[in-house]
Design a protein around this ligand. Structure first.
Ligand code: E4P
Length: 218
């Protein structure tokens, strides 16, 4: 299972990268705005800064919503670095743009996926990744994890190479259940990744080991 961090914050990306378990980064326009990154030149530079920290897989989202403009923007983003994956929303022009970018060898991540039909369409268009949003479905009392399971099953039936990138992950159990289901990737905030480290018995166990060592090594 690949771990991506879902943020545009460079310090958080560095911290996850330093842990040695990071496979990529996902951003979106809201996350970029949260970091105060505005203006085309700054946005492109910020993506480059992210690429310089991680080994691969930096999802950079297009703002355009019309086919030609999406393709042009996708190509511009892809030029920043070979690590860029162009993130395209699941709309009609987006599906066409994914096909066009895929034909040019540019990797894509189809975002804002909320049902299996959308995931089938993205895979047919050749998306490298498909991003179903678990947390946002849970927020409206729908089962986000069931959607991940459904998409994994459908892709297995037909051998689609599109990777299932579980997004909008809110807590550790989301991530663990995605792993049980067989999601290819989970993208989550830094707190969810570091949260996997924690167990009170680990802390108390280590405390006792160190205390016993100290006692017998006076
Ligand atoms: C995925 O690529 C999105 O950036 C993200 O996971 C959305 O998460 P949210 O629902 O917590 O905003």
């Amino acid at each position: 299972m690949k771990f991506f961090i879902d943020t545009a914050n460079l310090d958080e990306i560095r911290e996850a990268q330093d842990l040695g378990v990071l496979d990529g980064v996902t951003t979106n326009p809201s996350l970029m705005a949260k970091e105060g990154i505005t203006g085309q030149a700054n946005v492109l530079k910020h993506y480059k800064d992210i690429c310089d920290i991680v080994d691969d897989n930096v999802s950079a989202e297009v703002i355009a919503t019309e086919y030609e403009k999406m393709v042009a923007e996708g190509k511009e983003l892809a030029k920043i670095d070979d690590k860029i994956v162009v993130k395209i929303p699941m709309i009609k022009d987006g599906v066409k743009a994914i096909s066009a970018l895929t034909a040019e060898g540019i990797r894509t991540n189809c975002t804002l996926i909320f049902n299996a039909g959308q995931a089938i369409l993205a895979a047919k268009a050749g998306a490298s990744y498909v991003s179903p949003f678990i947390g946002r479905l849970d927020d409206i009392s729908m089962d986000g994890l069931a959607l991940i399971e459904q998409i994994v099953g459908i892709y297995d039936n037909y051998g689609f190479e599109t990777e299932v990138l579980a997004a909008s992950i809110r807590h550790n159990m989301h991530l663990i259940q995605c792993a049980e289901i067989g999601a290819d990737v989970a993208t989550c905030p830094l707190g969810v990744i570091t949260g996997l480290l924690k167990h009170p018995l680990t802390d108390s166990g280590l405390e006792k080991f160190l205390a016993d060592h100290k006692k017998s090594n006076k």
